[in-house]
Design a protein around this ligand. Sequence first.
Ligand SMILES: [Zn+2]
Length: 324
Amino acid sequence: MNRQALDELKQQIPLMGYLQAQDWSPARPLSGGRWMGLCPLHEDHKPSFLVDTNKDLFYCYGCGRGGDVIRFAELYHQVKFPEALALLRQWRGVDHSLLHEAARFYRIQLHRHSEAVAYLYQRGVRSWATIERMRIGYAPGGCLRSWLTQLGQSLPALRQAGLVTAAGYDAFVHRIVFPLEGNLYGRSVSAAAPPHRFLPGAKGGLYAWAQVRQYPEVILVEGLLDCAVLWEAGFHNVTCSLGTHLNARQFRQLCDSPRTVYLAFDADGNGSGQQAAQCLSRSLREQGITARLISLPEGHDPNSFFVGGGKAQEFQCLLEEACP
Ligand SMILES: [Zn+2]
C-alpha cells in the first residue's frame, strides 16, 4: 500500500469515529478540537488519553504511546502494521446486512446436513433451543457465493467481507458457524482443517453481553462450544471471550458494573489457560471486580466436562469451590 492509499484510508476513518466504535468516549473537551479521556490501551484511572480531532492523532500521558488511527489499531488489537491495515479496511467496508444474509443461509444449511447436527450432538449441543438461541449454522462450503450473488450481492463485496476467498471459493468450508457482532466464527468439524476461523476484522465484544451483563455473577469461558453446553445445562449467565486474551473492549465490559466473574478457562496440560485466568483475575480485582477461578479436572474445558458426563450440579459445586 503506497503513501497515497494510506492517507486515503486515514481520511476515510477519522480517529474519533473509530475510537467511539470501540466504545471509547471522551471525558472532557480541551481547546482546539482536542479531547481527553481514559486510555483504552492501558488501565487508566484518570483521563490521560489525548485525542486531537484536527490532526487525527492521539497521545497517552500515562503509557506514553501515540500516533494515528493505524497505530491505534495496531496497539488496540495487538497486531502488526499489515494486519492493522486489514482490520481498518475491513471495518470501513463491513457490510452488516451481508453478514446477516450469510448467517441466515448457514442456519438453513444446518438443518440439511446431518453431519453438522451430529457434530454438535457429539460436542454436547443437543437441544434446538440452544441452536436457535445462538443462531448456530453450518457452512458446507461451495454454495454461499451462488446464493448471495443470486440475491444481488456483488462478488467484490463478498470478497471484501471475507466470505469468499480471492480465488472465488467460499471461505468457510465444513464449519459450524456462530454469528458474532460484526463477524462470524467458524469451527471446523474436520480435524484436518485449522479449528478456529473468523472473518477478517475484530472479534467484537463479549458474547451475548447485553443479556448476560444483567447478572450479578457471570461465568466467562474461552469458547462458544463451552458457552453452548453451559447454557444448555441451565447456566444462562455465561459469556465468552473467544480465546483467553480479552481485547480492551471485552475487559471494559466485564468491569462495567460491580459483579463477580467466574473464570472457567481450559485446564490444559501446559497450564496456559490457568495462567491467563490468573492474570485476568488480578486485572479484574484491580478494577474492583470480584474474580474467582474455577478448577476444572486436569485436561478439561467446560465443554469436555459436560460431554464427558459432568452434571449441572457438579459444575455448581465447582462454582461454589472457586477460589479468588
Ligand atoms: Zn495509555
